[in-house]
Design a protein around this ligand. Structure first.
Ligand code: AHR
Length: 483
């Protein structure tokens, strides 16, 4: 039998809710037709889709990265402010479209406030310069009688937008990036961008662009950025996308190992470099693009259709973030709507794809503290790994009163587990949210929207133990009050 042991006093770290962040890029139908759909009967007076706002609130996303992505490396933010009729349309070179600029900084911040999410703006460190970056900070956060702060006021925002989180560039390590930079070039640029942006507003939090390609130079790259800019940085950003390219379910379920390896290695480097710099707190990890993405590569719209196995892999990635809560302090699923996304819009409604369900369930149940759980039991082989635990498990504690367990059954058979509380006792009725579907390839569509969905079941643990049978190919989120 599988066994999961919970000691509420054995914790990893405080869980930063920013690990449940999102990402919105000017790409495909994410902005236009996704979050902003002027003329649609499903929008509010500002042209924002209210069904998308409601679904994002369900997902509990505290932070939203914007405006890209590859897009930002050619973006002139000044095109997206002021009277709409005067905003220029520009060729958009990252995704080969035309950017109308009818949605820009002020709309984004207004939309964030409606969603209840913090804006996180990535600046152009591709074909853009540090003056544009520092001006953008002044436009958003300036409080004095200065040019860009006054331009914001003239555009209707008397009070500063108070954008706290700023990223310096996007995937600068990738040859696909406009203005790609060598490790040396980016370390220099990042240092000077950071310096100027912090001169404008010393309270902002900065995120450096570390690695997305995981090329051979990623360690050198990380080291150089930290050596030169580490004292000004709050986070270093890493990206990854995964997928079942070989249609091999076991190998797909073994991708947890890749997440573990990357998080452990990059956290180690940040800890070492932070110690060298004698920083009070380490520079943390921000996984500010992560998701499943492989079927739609080369397709500009990136309208990925997700199935149940993708939903399980989303849960595996979230579990990895929780297990590394000491160093992963931000993570942003890429993206939120229409583009490699949990949500899909069409003129008459909204679809929740399979991956919406694990995200919402884990985000809603997660407590303030990540737990260091013990688990053992059945194993499987996949993707060149052996001895992998069939049940992938992470857990949190909320206010010292409720344990939440996130259990992915990575097999096609039921898996029984005994859950044991090592301190205190279970206190009354709990609940289970089970995310599953008829088979691992099941998908949701507008015609059949609930193939993969979540259902609730009550739990009645006795004393300090509970036996639970986890359904084949499922995620179960258990909420267990304790005393
Ligand atoms: O999210 C889609 C794209 O993936 C982003 O624009 C880019 O940063 C990454 O390569």
């Amino acid at each position: 039998m599988n066994k999961i042991k919970i000691d509420p006093q054995r914790t990893v770290a405080a869980l930063d809710r920013n690990v449940f962040g999102g990402f919105a890029e000017h790409l495909g139908r994410c902005i236009y037709g996704g979050i902003y759909d002027e003329g649609s009967p499903l929008t509010d007076e500002q042209g924002f889709r209210t069904d998308v706002i409601a679904a994002l609130r369900e997902m509990g996303m505290p932070i939203m990265r914007y405006p890209g992505g590859n897009f930002v490396s050619g973006y002139r933010w000044t095109d997206g402010i002021g009277p709409r009729a005067e905003r220029p349309a520009r060729p958009e070179l990252a995704w080969h479209t035309v950017e109308p600029n009818t949605f820009g900084t002020d709309e984004f911040v207004a939309w964030c406030r409606k969603v209840g999410t913090e804006p996180y703006i990535a600046v152009n460190c591709g074909d853009g310069d540090m003056r544009e970056a520092r001006d953008w900070v002044e436009y958003c956060n300036g409080t004095q009688n200065t040019y860009w702060a006054n331009r914001r006021r003239a555009n209707g925002a008397e009070q500063p937008h108070q954008v706290r989180y700023w990223g310096i560039g996007n995937e600068v390590d990738g040859p696909w990036q406009m203005g790609m930079k060598t490790p040396q070039e980016y370390a220099r640029a990042c240092t000077e961008f950071s310096k100027l942006m912090k001169m404008v507003d010393p309270t902002i939090k900065l995120v450096a662009s570390w690695t997305s390609g995981w090329f051979d130079d990623w360690v050198e790259r990380g080291q150089l950025i930290m050596e030169q800019a580490g004292t000004m940085l709050d986070y270093m950003s890493i990206h990854w996308y995964v997928g079942n390219r070989d249609d091999d379910f076991a190998a797909y379920m073994a991708l947890s190992e890749l997440c573990e390896e990357r998080l452990t290695a990059s956290a180690g480097l940040l800890r070492a470099m932070s110690a060298c710099l004698k920083l009070k707190n380490p520079v943390y990890l921000s996984v500010d693009e992560w998701n499943v993405w492989y079927r739609t590569r080369g397709d500009d719209q990136l309208a990925e259709v997700y199935n149940l196995e993708d939903a399980l892999v989303v849960a595996l990635q979230m579990n990895a973030f929780i297990r590394h809560a000491d160093m992963v302090k931000m993570a942003n699923i890429a993206q939120i709507v229409n583009v490699i996304a949990p949500l899909v819009t069409r003129p008459d409604g909204l679809l929740r794809q399979s991956i919406y369900y694990p995200f919402a369930a884990i985000s809603q149940a997660a407590g303030d503290t990540a737990l260091d759980l013990y688990w053992e039991g059945d194993t499987f082989e996949g993707g060149g790994h052996s001895g992998l635990r069939v049940l992938d498990v992470a857990g949190t504690l909320a206010n010292g009163r409720e344990v939440a367990l996130f259990v992915v059954n990575r097999s096609q058979a039921p898996a029984e587990a005994e859950i044991v509380l090592q301190e205190g006792a279970f206190a009354g009725q709990g609940s289970a949210t089970i995310i599953n579907g008829p088979d691992v390839k099941a998908t949701n569509s507008f015609d059949d929207p609930e193939q993969v969905t979540a259902r609730e079941a009550p739990l009645s643990p006795q004393g300090v133990s509970l036996v639970q049978v986890f359904e084949p190919h499922s995620l179960t989120v258990l909420r267990l009050p304790i005393c």
